[in-house]
Design a protein around this ligand. Structure first.
Ligand code: CP
Length: 304
């Protein structure tokens, strides 16, 4: 039995297979409509979510299965003091696979050690968000045709943004990737990541101004400032609108640069950018469903 805690739980060959499956699902949805008949997905979300929870649910329903779960700690027995370890033992009796989001780093990993069904980390604190990374990689691979040879800018809250941490850890396994980290001083990428890039001789630079690096980017990954991880409201208010991607900044970019964003967006991408053909963030959401369908089939070892 396999769980998914980090994108590195799959080799690049396994990821390639998963992405081929996701693209086949995209092109032949009817072929997969009954693959999970009789199977149940539990979504155990101790922290708010729109995309991850609903795309997991849509993925299981598209495969013919059904869904149970809770969408907040307050509506579960966690509010009475039940531990994650005890909860997953119950869930293992009710469902065939579980997607868990938790504000504490490592909570889905604790659940996995006590679970008799596959557990997927659907985001743990500021740590990892592996299914967002599967979504991001599938989007890049599908729209750019490759997962190597590009310069990617990551912009915004690089300190707390778990999608950024997961994506970097996945991308460093592909050839000829350069990173440009664009953030205010207070939200810089954690040192453990830059240390790893140095050790692996992977090129990166850190800048504050988005405009100065726009022309060199093949991909721009925007992120929101993570209000829920700030200790101090004043700091959040000062930093929340530090970056706003608008038409003027897009005019500096390559014609085939793609803008990605894990969403939700707050103010960091102006709505005037939404109609730009390079804005890929809503297409990214659709790829999230295909990626999660492929993941469910893979973890449940269902061959089609
Ligand atoms: N991208 C993402 O994780 O969105 P949600 O928080 O809405 O699930």
């Amino acid at each position: 039995m396999r769980h998914l805690m980090s994108p590195l739980d799959f080799t690049t060959e396994e990821l390639d297979k998963l992405f081929q499956l996701a693209n086949d699902i995209e092109n032949n949805p009817k072929k997969y409509a009954h693959c999970c008949d009789g199977k149940k997905l539990a979504t155990c979300f101790y922290e708010p979510s729109t995309r991850t929870r609903l795309s997991f649910e849509a993925a299981m329903i598209n495969l013919g299965g059904s869904v149970i779960g809770f969408s907040s700690a307050a509506s579960s027995s966690a509010s009475k003091g039940e531990s994650v370890s005890d909860t997953i033992r119950m869930i293992s009796c009710y469902a065939d696979i579980c997607a868990m989001r938790h504000p504490k780093e490592g909570a889905p990993m604790v659940a996995a050690t006590k679970s008799s069904i596959p557990v997927v980390n659907a985001g743990d604190g500021g740590h990892q968000h592996p299914t967002q990374t599967l979504t991001d990689l599938l989007t890049i691979r599908s729209l750019k045709g490759r997962l190597n040879n590009f310069t990617i800018g990551l912009c915004g809250d690089l300190k707390f943004g778990r999608t950024v941490h997961s994506l970097i850890s996945a991308l460093i396994r592909y050839e000829n990737i350069s990173f440009v980290f664009i953030s205010p001083e207070e939200l810089r990428i954690p040192e453990y990541i830059t240390e790893q890039l140095k050790e692996l001789n992977i090129p990166y630079e850190e800048v504050i101004r988005l405009e100065e690096v726009m022309p060199k980017l093949d991909l721009l990954y925007m992120t929101r400032v993570q209000q829920e991880r700030f200790f101090n409201e004043e700091d959040y208010i000062r930093l929340k609108d530090f970056y706003i991607l608008d038409k003027a900044k897009m005019s500096l970019a390559k014609d085939d640069m793609l803008v990605l964003h894990p969403l939700p967006r707050v103010n960091e991408i102006s709505v005037e950018v939404d109609d730009d053909p390079r804005a890929a963030y809503f297409r990214q959401v659709q790829y999230g469903v295909y990626a999660r369908m492929a993941l469910i089939l893979t973890l449940l070892e269902i061959e089609v």
